[in-house]
Design a protein around this ligand. Structure first.
Ligand SMILES: Cc1cc2nc3c(=O)[nH]c(=O)nc-3n(C[C@H](O)[C@H](O)[C@H](O)COP(=O)(O)OP(=O)(O)OC[C@H]3O[C@@H](n4cnc5c(N)ncnc54)[C@H](O)[C@@H]3O)c2cc1C
Length: 380
């Protein structure tokens, strides 16, 4: 999944900062946001230290509001960064994060396309995740790590990993697979589902098209729709555009039909008529693993305590942080306790019996909307 992804490197993922604050309160939200931020740092530091040839570059993020409700969402994101009580320097939020809030008329010079508002922040990057993964593999191999590609783990029990070619025994096993099957781990397979998204890519754009799209320099952008559209320029000036549809996001498998991405492209062309003739020459679907509350699991399986699992990472920084966190726990290095957020048996926004009755697509669709809209109970 990492190699197929779009290479936005930001702490934002399915849950934005304002949603984290609404659900967990500002202190806990800052801890969770800090984890995603450390995930970004881990990837950036690893790429820089290993000098990976992966097009890593700093690039600000811009969250764009569509219509009145989108403008409200943008305002909520700006407020999430704004001082709670004590006045702070302009552009710093309650959690101390820098941001810039644009109204529609200010936005036009930074981002045309008829959006109603935008919030921009830095500390984010773009990169080519496939080449990052290759760089990581080469780096590890050079350090003597043995890597077995095309060798699927079929079953993991009590420190033994079975593959078609043999078994491996280990004191502790860290499992970072996507879509763990029931055979591999019945417990892990119940914990995740997926969200279907699509990406499309153009040939390198001419300079004039780039200027019309990014008049104030390159930005990675996504919008406020429930199933959001997102786009950025690659290092070689191709436009990478992603999105999906409400109806197919929770489809049981990756549908290869071009119809969904064609609608995303049509929406994009309506906003940017100057690019109406630019052809998208390839597209691909991808499944993003998610848990029912949209935060990953990074914990040991209570039924098989030698196996540690990273499950349902909806974002590259989460995956990086979770792997690092579990490695530290296995090595008995000091780590903070994050079980309340990333533990195996943390409370779910959808009660267990409801989850068991519903099939996975319905249960996780419900979980998705509950996670994005739930509020923490008021303090008594
Ligand atoms: C189209 C698309 C665009 C995305 N864009 C972004 C983005 O811009 N920014 C962002 O932060 N996130 C993005 N994501 C999400 C991101 O890709 C994931 O969150 C991230 O890749 C998860 O990393 P991972 O290491 O957990 O899983 P993966 O990268 O999927 O790694 C799991 C590995 O396990 C292997 N595996 C599976 N089963 C077994 C088995 N039984 N035995 C051995 N190995 C096995 C798989 O082959 C794979 O190599 C996107 C996802 C998609 C699909």
């Amino acid at each position: 999944m990492s190699g197929r992804s779009s290479g936005f490197l930001t702490p934002d993922s399915e849950l934005q900062l304002s949603e984290l604050i609404r659900t967990f309160g500002p202190t806990a939200a800052a801890r969770i946001w800090g984890v995603a931020t450390r995930g970004v740092d881990l990837i950036v530091t690893t790429a820089k230290r290993g000098r990976f040839d992966c097009d890593l570059e700093p690039q600000d993020s811009l969250f764009l509001g569509i219509g009145r409700s989108g403008a409200h969402q943008v305002m909520a994101e700006a407020n999430a960064r704004r001082p709670a009580r004590a006045p702070r320097p302009a552009g710093r939020g309650s959690l101390g994060y820098r941001y810039r809030h644009y109204h529609a008329d200010q936005l036009r010079s930074v981002n045309p396309g008829g959006y109603q508002a935008g919030v921009r922040y830095s500390g984010t990057y773009t990169f080519d995740p496939f080449r990052y993964c290759q760089g990581l593999k080469d780096d590890l191999a050079a350090k003597g790590v043995r890597i077995f590609e095309r060798s699927p783990a079929r079953r993991i029990r009590a420190g033994t990993v079975e593959t078609p070619n043999g078994r491996v025994r280990a004191g502790q096993v860290i499992v970072c697979v996507d879509q763990p099957s029931r055979r591999l781990s019945p417990g892990a397979s119940r914990k995740y589902y997926h969200a279907l998204t699509y990406l499309a890519l153009t040939e390198p754009l001419p300079e004039v098209a780039i200027r019309s799209l990014f008049p104030d320099g390159r930005l990675q952008r996504w919008d406020s729709q429930q199933v959001y559209d997102y786009y950025r320029l690659t290092r070689d000036n191709r436009l990478l555009l992603g999105g999906g549809s409400l109806l197919t996001t929770f489809a049981p498998r990756a549908l290869r039909t071009p119809r969904i991405i064609a609608r995303v492209i049509a929406r994009f062309r309506r906003r940017f008529p100057a690019l109406a003739r630019v052809p998208f020459t390839r597209y691909w679907p991808g499944l993003i693993d998610i848990t029912v509350d949209l935060l990953p699991i990074a914990d040991r399986d209570p039924k098989d305590p030698l196996a540690w699992y990273v499950i349902g990472c909806a974002g590259l920084p989460w995956a990086a942080w979770c792997g690092d966190h579990l490695a530290r726990r296995c090595l008995h290095q000091p780590t903070e306790d994050y079980d309340r957020f990333f533990g195996w048996d943390r409370p779910s926004p959808i009660p267990g019996p409801v989850l068991r009755i519903l099939r996975k697509p319905a249960a996780f669709a419900l979980g998705y909307f509950a996670a994005k809209h739930r509020r923490r109970p008021a303090a008594r």
